[in-house]
Design a protein around this ligand. Structure first.
Ligand code: PBG
Length: 325
């Protein structure tokens, strides 16, 4: 009268738990999001993202060296564009001497082997705070895609390794791939935000970049949180159009989608633990309601278990600092 299997034997001590552990977190897992602003000596904390900062290019250099020393090898770049440079077509996005283009060069000059992935979308450049060109209150797909392709070329010219379109326009992966091939950027890859949901968890990010939509919402291009098959359809189309890496976003509330995408397709899958997820854990930890380091590690492990090959997370540096203690 004994249980034939006693699973607790495999949990009895740290050594046996280590032997049977199925997933492990390392520096190779992370993409580090970086927020860049104009100016000198700027390192300003984002109010809704405690301990996360906007950097001017000079203070970015120190941050990059720190990331590199922790083993972190990939960054995901976002820029905060001054209001006077914003317009409906995102003209500033194509400026060869724009903040994004200078940031790419700064990173490559500081850490030549750091992988630079750039956000490709109009919202930080748009006077409407939308990811596309607006006409009569609507987001115009095909004209936007043309600008996104030009933007990708501009990032590639500045030295980006991957472009990461986060806009959710139809057909943009194909147009970007064709443009990159035409301009001989055959080695520049595409990480597509393939299953990107219209999520309220992006709030703090929009504070960070001052990029909240000026009217309406993003539901005509980002996905309905109710949908699952649509995520597979979007991902399949992006792979067919030439995406090298596909992404699911947000992360924690969409782990089911991460697992399904991983099971269904054979390209690397990224997940984005977005600003609101970070803010949520930071706020609860600050109140003493949750243990910061434990929930951070558990949330990252959950992405690995769900099948993510890489994780964009504002916790990347904290995790590596904890692991290197
Ligand atoms: C821009 C973009 C957004 C995020 C990444 N790229 C905001 C949005 O789509 O509104 C969100 C990231 C985060 O919340 O951490 N298109």
């Amino acid at each position: 009268m004994f249980p034939l299997r006693r699973n607790r034997r495999l949990r009895a001590n740290a050594a046996i738990r280590g032997l049977v552990r199925e997933n492990i977190i390392t520096a190779n897992d992370f993409l580090v999001p970086l927020f860049v602003v104009e100016g000198k000596g700027v390192k300003e904390e984002i109010p809704s993202m405690p301990n996360y900062y906007r950097h001017s290019l000079d203070t970015l250099v120190d941050e990059l060296k720190l990331l590199w020393s922790l083993g972190l090898r990939s960054v995901l770049l976002f820029v905060k564009v001054p209001d006077n440079l914003k317009d409906n077509k995102g003209t500033e996005a194509l400026n060869p001497d724009g903040l994004m283009q200078r940031a790419i060069k700064t990173i490559k000059n500081t850490c030549p082997d750091m992988i630079v992935m750039t956000d490709v979308a109009l919202d930080p450049y748009s006077s409407f705070g939308h990811d596309g060109i607006v006409e009569d209150g609507k987001i115009i797909n095909d004209d936007t895609v043309e600008v996104l392709a030009e933007m990708s070329i501009s990032h590639a010219e500045a030295g980006a390794d991957f472009v990461a379109p986060s806009d959710m326009m139809d057909g943009r992966i194909l147009s970007i791939r064709e443009a990159l091939e035409d301009e001989n950027f055959t080695d520049v890859g595409i990480m597509s935000y393939s299953a990107k949901y219209a999520s309220a968890f992006y709030g703090p990010f929009r504070d960070a970049l001052d990029s909240a939509p000026g009217f309406g919402d993003k539901k005509t291009y980002q996905m309905d949180p109710a949908n699952r098959f649509e995520a597979l359809r979007e991902t399949e189309m992006d792979i067919d159009e030439g995406a090298d890496i596909v992404m699911v976003k947000p992360g924690m509330p969409y782990l089911d989608i991460v697992r399904e995408v991983k099971n269904e397709f054979d390209v690397p899958v990224a997940v984005y633990q977005v600003s609101g997820e970070y803010a949520m854990l930071k706020a609860a930890a600050a109140k003493g309601w949750l243990n910061h380091d434990q929930v951070m590690m558990e949330s990252i492990m959950a992405f690995k278990r769900a099948g993510a090959d890489m994780i964009a997370s504002y916790f990347a540096k904290d995790v590596m600092q904890l692991l290197s203690k």
